[in-house]
Structure formats: structure tokens, C-alpha cells
Design a binder for this molecule. Structure first.
Ligand SMILES: C[S@@+](CC[C@H](N)C(=O)[O-])C[C@H]1O[C@@H](n2cnc3c(N)ncnc32)[C@H](O)[C@@H]1O
Ligand SMILES: [Zn+2]
Length: 401
């Protein structure tokens, strides 16, 4: 399809919305080319799940607050997310989509018009922080701001907070997992103000570091945060937090910040509001490593996820099964212990075959421990059992195979 834009495009359907997107195949010169960033306008089909969950989260939020919503997507690419929100979420009365790339916004305008949304989807082409600052005053603020950038969302978090009304919702995508998961710890400290660790549960730490950074930024404006939903999928982590006004709310959120002490010798870990330097491991006496400061409170709200599940049931989403599985796992781990054990990592350490996670879960339950699988990985388990018990259980099961 040519003529509408200066570059090859095609029409795709995502959710219940038809969108004109760059024809990615046309921009791949060699197999190693990453098509979304070669196209003149950004569009990544892999992020369909991310956008589906944005639609479900926002609808769940709308049911919760029971008011009409004004929405802003300041880093919008071809506009697919904002346009899907306008079409697929009930009670959305205005959406502002914006991208610094003018080609992107030309394509977004085409999409707005094709979907007959010109009365309430408005297209801008500014720097995201400038756009959000324009909407930073009381009564101009949005109910929902969705920050979906390249890499870290932190350069936009302050202006997003100022542009979100009290009792509003902020969503953040972070694709810079190398810093957040501890491959580049200095970059993580610079961007998120917390130290990561390369543990088997580094993706959970990534969400907690992001939530911690958001909470500290929000506190400056007397805003409290409450994590309604979060997930780790593919190459990114994603977080949805409600933003509540008041110094007390901000203080209460700051109390959810702390540290995770981890023993690389014996897998022991513990969360605490305080950091203890050189703390010896209570299980084996080795020196423990520390991650944080980060969010040690809940990273999702089970009722909110139940509402997302309800929304999912009434929609024909291509990835319906995957989403239902993700939501059900996430809900189960909502109140589970902080961090998770990687069955495969423990088996690696002892040179043993990996027993099926189901068997490990059943065995720990038999011993009387609360235990659940986790959406973070198929070999992950969350449990209140000590590292010693977890290891013994896994090793016994592996040796008996
Ligand atoms: C990951 S893409 C957005 C994808 C989109 N949210 C979606 O769901 O398909 C990031 C976008 O941010 C835009 N961008 C980068 N820096 C920006 C800035 N300072 N202000 C506004 N847009 C910016 C890029 O042009 C790109 O389209
Ligand atoms: Zn130890």
C-alpha cells in the first residue's frame, strides 16, 4: 500500500482495530536487521501483548474509578496504542497521541481518520516532555499517561507525574533490561537510583527497581503510588501504578521501599526496609549482596487483575489464551513471597537434571509451605520455604528421577 505515506505500508488488525503500519518486510535488507527500528515509523508487532494488556488495564481502571477518561500517549509511533484505547476502552472521551517523529504523526493522523476518531483523538508532534508539561496544570491533567519509549521511561517520569491527575494511572514500559537486570549496574544506579543484582529473579528486581524509582519521583510532588499490575514479558518489564495525591500517601508509599539481601553461595534472600552492609548470610555465613533501594511492597493488586481477567473474557484478542495464563499466574503470585527460586538454576549448581516444577510445588505444599508458580519464568517458584528447604526438596526430587 503506497500513496498515503512516502513509504510502504500495510493494514493490520490488532484487538478490534484496523491500523495502517509500516510494511516491516520492506525495510529488512539482511536477516540481522531489526525491522521495527529500520522502518521510518516505529511499529513492533511483538508488542501486541503489551498493548492488549494496556487496553485491559485501562478498562479495569475505568471500572474502578467510574468516570470518563482522558488519555495521553506521548511516545506513540504509528498511534496504534492510543487508537486502540480510543476504540476498545469504554468511557474514553479524549486521547492525545504524540511522537517527535513527524512521519509517525502523519501516519497516526491517517489512522485516526480511517477509524473516524478525529473528534476525540488528537495528534501532536512535540518532544514528549514538552507535551506533558503543557498538560501539567490542574484540570488539564490526564487520567492515564502511557510511557512506552525506547529503553528507559525515566527521562519522562517527572513530566508524566505532573500531567497525571490525582487518582490517575501511569503505565511505564522499560526495555533497558541490561541495566535493570544487573548487566550494567552503574547505568541502573544512574537511571533508577537503585542497585540491581544478577540473580535468577532479576526480572522481578527490574520491576521493583522501576516501581521504586517511580515512587521516589512521585514523592517529590506529594504523590503516592500503588502498583495495580506489572509483568515481565519478552524483552521488557511493564508497570501500572495509580497516582494518589497527599503527603501521607507519599509517605506511606516511601515506606514500601527497601533492599533485598541475597546470598550467592546458598540462594538465601531476604527483604528489609534497611540496608545492612557486610551482612553475613543467616544460613551459611557468607557475605550477602544487596539490591536496592527498590519497591518491596506488592507489585500487583489481585482484585485489579481479576477485573482485567473479566475484561479479557469479553474480547476476541488474538493472544487470549496467553493473556489468561499470564493474568492467572500473576494473580496467584500477588501475595506470594518476594523473589522466586529458579529450579533450573539450583539444578545447574548441583549438576542435576531439572525436575518438573509441578512436582517441586507439590512436594513443598506437602511440607506445609505456601508455594506458587510465577509468570516470570516456567522454572520459577515463589515460596515462604527457606533456601535450604527449597534446595533439599529440589535435589531429592532430581536425584530420585
Ligand atoms: C517504542 S516506540 C513507541 C511505540 C508505541 N508506543 C506502540 O505502542 O507501538 C517509541 C517512540 O518514541 C518516539 N520518541 C523518541 N523520543 C521522543 C521524544 N523525546 N518525544 C516524543 N517522541 C519520542 C520515537 O519516534 C518512537 O516512535
Ligand atoms: Zn548463604
Amino acid at each position: 500500500m503506497k500513496g498515503l505515506c512516502e513509504f510502504p505500508t500495510e493494514i493490520i488488525t490488532e484487538g478490534s482495530t484496523e491500523i495502517v503500519v509500516p510494511k516491516l518486510r520492506a525495510f529488512v535488507a539482511k536477516p540481522s536487521d531489526y525491522a521495527p527500528s529500520k522502518a521510518p515509523v516505529f511499529y513492533n508487532p511483538v508488542m501486541e501483548l503489551n498493548r492488549d494488556l494496556a487496553v485491559l488495564s485501562l478498562q479495569a481502571f475505568q471500572r474502578l474509578v467510574k468516570r470518563d477518561l482522558r488519555v495521553c500517549e506521548p511516545l506513540a509511533g504509528c498511534g496504534i496504542r492510543g487508537i486502540r484505547i480510543a476504540r476498545e476502552v469504554n468511557n474514553v472521551k479524549e486521547v492525545v497521541i504524540n511522537d517527535i517523529n513527524e512521519d509517525a504523526m502523519r501516519l497516526a493522523k491517517i489512522n485516526v481518520e480511517r477509524n473516524r476518531l478525529a473528534n476525540y483523538v488528537f495528534v501532536e508532534s512535540k518532544d514528549a516532555n514538552i507535551l506533558l508539561s503543557v498538560f501539567g496544570a490542574p484540570r488539564k491533567r490526564f487520567d492515564y499517561v502511557d510511557i512506552d519509549p525506547f529503553g528507559s521511561p525515566m527521562p519522562y517520569v517527572d513530566s508524566a507525574l505532573r500531567a497525571t491527575r490525582r487518582n490517575g494511572l501511569i503505565a511505564l514500559t522499560a526495555t533497558d533490561l541490561a541495566p535493570l537486570c544487573g548487566v550494567h549496574p552503574k547505568a541502573c544506579v544512574r537511571k533508577y537510583g537503585g542497585k540491581p543484582l544478577r540473580t535468577e529473579y532479576s526480572h522481578e528486581l527490574a520491576i521493583r527497581l522501576l516501581a521504586g524509582a517511580l515512587t521516589r519521583s512521585a514523592a517529590k510532588y506529594d504523590l503516592g503510588t500503588r502498583m495495580l499490575f506489572s509483568h515481565s514479558s519478552e524483552h521488557y518489564v511493564r508497570l501500572y501504578s495509580s497516582i494518589d495525591y497527599g503527603a501521607k500517601k507519599a509517605d506511606a508509599s516511601l515506606k514500601e521501599l527497601g533492599y533485598i539481601h541475597h546470598c550467592f553461595t546458598c540462594f538465601h534472600r531476604e527483604a528489609s526496609n534497611y540496608m545492612t552492609h557486610e551482612k553475613p548470610c543467616p544460613e551459611c555465613g557468607s557475605k550477602m549482596s544487596v539490591a536496592g533501594p527498590l519497591w518491596i511492597g506488592k507489585i500487583l493488586d489481585e482484585d485489579f487483575v481479576t477485573s482485567m481477567e473479566r475484561e479479557c473474557r469479553s474480547r476476541a484478542l488474538r493472544q487470549n489464551r496467553r493473556i489468561r495464563r499470564l493474568l492467572s499466574l500473576a494473580k496467584e503470585e500477588g501475595s506470594a513471597a518476594i523473589t522466586y527460586y529458579g529450579i533450573d538454576r539450583i539444578c545447574d549448581r548441583f549438576g542435576l537434571p531439572v525436575p518438573p516444577p509441578k512436582e517441586v510445588i507439590a512436594e513443598l505444599k506437602k511440607l506445609g509451605y505456601p508455594v506458587s508458580p510465577t509468570h516470570f519464568g516456567s522454572h520459577g517458584i515463589k515460596t515462604a520455604a527457606s533456601a535450604k528447604v527449597v534446595k533439599e526438596t529440589i535435589v531429592t526430587l532430581a536425584r530420585n528421577r
